[in-house]
Design a protein. Structure first.
Length: 481
């Protein structure tokens, strides 16, 4: 046990996460020599202290202190700052960085969820390219989908889950594949045969979710579609009726024939399980972002670019896949940019016309509206950060502010003072580097020049060079005339 650490004299329970490699002994008597271990300190708040392996003096260095959701928050903000170098000047680079005009920047604490958050700063609302906005948007969508399923069952409708895939190769362009799979859906389901099939199976509406992964065969976009049916047909019968429509749509847009074995229709149990898992993953891998076998999702790529493929925040399973695919930081950045440019501006989740009205749901909000929405009007304002916001952004201390607001809000002023000093040091260091660079440039300008350098800069010398090539060409042309 690390000496002189909070809770050292009390009963301590060791807990383990997927990040820890190799696992510790079940009784927690000896920490691993090659991995950190986590000590639960406050069972009421869930706060944990993470220490590294023992050093020569017998003490264990503390790596950081936070709860599980704070670990996730730290990672998400780190990934957010990494986007600045990938998408400079974009809306994503301004998210949680720029202030909303005429509004105070505040840190608030939700009464309902006991989570801290910022108000008064801009949000980009990107479900594809922002590690801060995407979790909020997908979680709100998940709640809506769960409500829709419960309402549908109360109305006597069946809910099934269908999976639509297309053949793809290692050299396929992700934007081309995205357009082709969307066209194949429309050309199939909107055809005369498709409309007849929908009537035959009693389809009242659907919710379509776009997912994409990258594996050894390249990009793999596919659909998961929740079918709301008024029918007594089995999933297998619906699969046999729908597959020819999907096959026809793929052929019409020039795709290779999809495989029947890769086309699935599952019952309501599978659909409910899918929707539940869609919102539960704490690693920012919801819905279209989930990781498959020997494949990575776009957020895995951004995580690899942010931390590196061998960082302890990369799970062993993901490291194995990354090694298998041969993805390093540079390649991860290239793939992520290819993905983002292909999917930017498209919808992640689509409700068929009339389904929300059928289920008594309100009009759908845009991703931007969902990202800006605050559902806890009773949230307590802990601090106004107008005077500190520049320092917070300079030191990238957003996550630290939120963590302190949850753990010890009374000590927020102390943290703000620390951040102010850190920001001043950063600015001083930046000025020193700039002055050093300017000094080198000035030294080069003031350095004595050689005779050859002087003659190159002598305007009289250029006159003595005689006629230019252009003048000689003009003289020859005049002579020819």
């Amino acid at each position: 046990m690390p000496p002189d650490q909070p809770g050292a004299s009390a009963a301590i329970n060791l807990t383990y996460t997927q990040e820890l490699r190799p696992p510790y002994s079940p009784n927690g008597s000896q920490p691993s020599k090659t991995a950190p271990f986590i000590i639960t300190h406050d069972p009421k708040t869930g706060e944990v202290f993470e220490f590294g392996p023992p050093e020569k003096n017998g003490t264990c260095p503390k790596l950081y202190t936070s709860t599980d959701h704070q670990n996730t928050r730290n990672d998400r903000y780190a990934m957010r700052w990494a986007i600045d170098s990938l998408l400079p000047g974009s809306r994503q680079s301004k998210c949680h960085r720029w202030r909303v005009p005429k509004l105070d920047v505040e840190v608030k604490l939700s009464v309902e969820h006991e989570r801290a958050f910022f108000a008064g700063c801009e949000v980009c609302g990107s479900v594809w390219g922002c590690p801060l906005c995407a979790p909020k948007i997908t979680e709100r969508r998940r709640v809506e989908v769960e409500t829709a399923m419960e309402t549908a069952k109360a109305q006597g409708l069946k809910v099934m889950l269908a999976t639509f895939t297309i053949p793809h190769g290692i050299g396929s362009d992700v934007e081309v594949i995205r357009k082709q799979i969307m066209q194949a859906w429309r050309r199939g389901t909107d055809s005369r045969a498709g409309k007849n099939m929908r009537k035959m199976i009693g389809l009242r509406g659907y919710i379509r979710v776009v997912e994409v992964t990258y594996g050894q065969n390249g990009w793999h976009p596919h659909f998961h579609v929740l079918l709301f049916l008024e029918t007594s047909l089995t999933p297998e019968v619906i699969r046999q009726l729908w597959f020819p429509i999907w096959l026809d749509g793929c052929r019409k847009v020039g795709l290779d024939d999809p495989s029947l074995s890769a086309f699935h229709v599952d019952d309501g149990t599978r659909a409910a399980h899918y929707v539940t898992k869609w919102g539960m993953d704490s690693e920012l891998t919801k819905g279209h972002l989930k990781q498959g076998k020997k494949s990575v999702n776009p957020w895995d790529l951004l995580r690899i670019f942010t931390f590196g493929p061998s960082d302890r925040r990369i799970s062993p399973e993901l490291q194995e896949v990354v090694d298998f695919l041969g993805i390093d930081k540079k390649r991860a950045a290239e793939l992520w940019l290819d993905f983002f440019r292909a999917f930017k501006g498209t919808r992640q989740l689509y409700w068929s016309n009339g389904l929300r009205a059928l289920l008594g749901l309100s009009a759908e909000k845009s991703d931007q509206e969902v990202a800006e929405e605050q559902l806890d009007p009773l949230a307590a304002v802990l601090a106004v950060l107008n005077a500190h916001w520049t320092d917070i952004i300079t030191t990238r201390a957003n996550a630290r502010i939120l963590n302190r607001a949850e753990d010890a809000p009374a000590h927020l002023p102390d943290l703000l003072d620390e951040i102010r000093l850190e920001a001043a040091q950063k600015r001083d260091e930046r000025l020193r580097r700039k002055s050093k660079k300017q000094g080198k440039k000035l030294a080069r300008i003031q350095a004595p020049r050689t005779d050859e350098e002087r003659s190159e800069g002598d305007p009289e010398r250029s006159k003595r060079r005689g006629p230019t090539r252009r003048n000689e060409t003009l003289k020859r042309q005049r002579g020819a005339l």
